[in-house]
Structure formats: C-alpha cells, structure tokens
Design a protein around this ligand. Structure first.
Ligand code: CMP
Length: 139
C-alpha cells in the first residue's frame, strides 16, 4: 500500500552538506519526497516533537543537538513507507547499522545519527501534521 512517513535530515548532516546524498539514498530505496523544507527548529518545537523522550537522560542533549543548526523536514511516500524508510535509515546507533544504510554511511554517533524517521503509521501522521499543512504536500 502506498503510504507516507515523516523524515528529518538532522543538523550533523546539513552541516556536512549531505542533504543531497541522503535524499539520493531515500529515493534509491523507492521513496518519493512529496514535501520538504529546510528550517531552524526552535527549542520549544524540539521539546514538543521529542516529548516522548522527556524523561530520558539524553533529552536535554538531544534538544540542544536538534536546534544546533538547520534541519530538513520531509514527507516521504511509497509502498510501505514507514518500514521502507526505517530499513534504509538503519539502526539508531550507527555502530549497529547494516551496510548500505544511511546511518552506517553518514551518521557520526547515536545522537548525531543524521536522520529521523517515524516508527509507525500513527506517529507518521502526527509528525507530518506537526510540520506541514496539507497544501504543502504534493504527491
Ligand atoms: P531518533 O530516531 O530521532 O529518536 C530519538 C533520538 O534521540 C535518536 O534518533 C537519537 O538522535 C537521540 N539519542 C541520543 N542518545 C540516544 C540513546 N542513548 N538512545 C536512543 N536515542 C538517542
């Protein structure tokens, strides 16, 4: 089934000018970028977006990292988009990521791991709506 997921190219990747490389890997995995914008996330946005991790020890550092430079927020469309994106991203920790995945090829650390992707269709819908209005998504 064609569906959508939400993706972020994180500050470690935009800083190293890897937006195009990441996008090529997403497209190579069969995902279509149907919305995309480069933004500077505010502290309030990052805290709300990652609210589920509020009690985790890495929360403060994660918010600082995600606001340390521009990010590219995206809507990706494709067959089984959530799972397909998670596959091409690779494991959260690049040390555990499989060969050929984005995190294996470009991520710097478990925090500076270059990309975020929704973990379920339900969260994809919530995350897409957090950054995009319907008329910004052109499939
Ligand atoms: P992401 O998939 O965006 O979801 C939560 C983020 O927290 C994760 O990627 C990492 O960037 C960051 N993070 C930092 N430390 C950890 C950790 N120990 N475990 C999981 N995520 C971490």
């Amino acid at each position: 089934m064609t569906d959508r997921t939400f993706s972020i190219i994180k500050p470690d990747a935009t800083r190293r000018n890897l937006t195009g490389k990441v996008n090529a890997m997403l497209e190579g995995a069969g995902l279509r970028i149907v919305a995309q914008k480069r933004i500077q996330m505010s502290q309030a946005q990052a805290e709300e977006f990652y609210g589920v991790h509020r009690e985790r020890p890495f929360f403060g550092s994660l918010v600082a990292f995600m606001t340390s430079g521009p990010v590219v927020v995206q809507v990706l469309e494709g067959d089984d988009a959530v799972a397909r994106n998670r596959e091409v991203m690779g494991a959260t920790n690049p040390a555990d990521a499989a060969e050929g995945t984005i995190r294996k090829e470009v991520a710097e650390s478990i925090e500076a791991n270059s990309v975020h992707g929704s973990d379920s269709a339900e969260n994809a819908a919530i995350e897409i709506a957090f950054f995009f209005s319907d008329d910004e998504i052109v499939g």
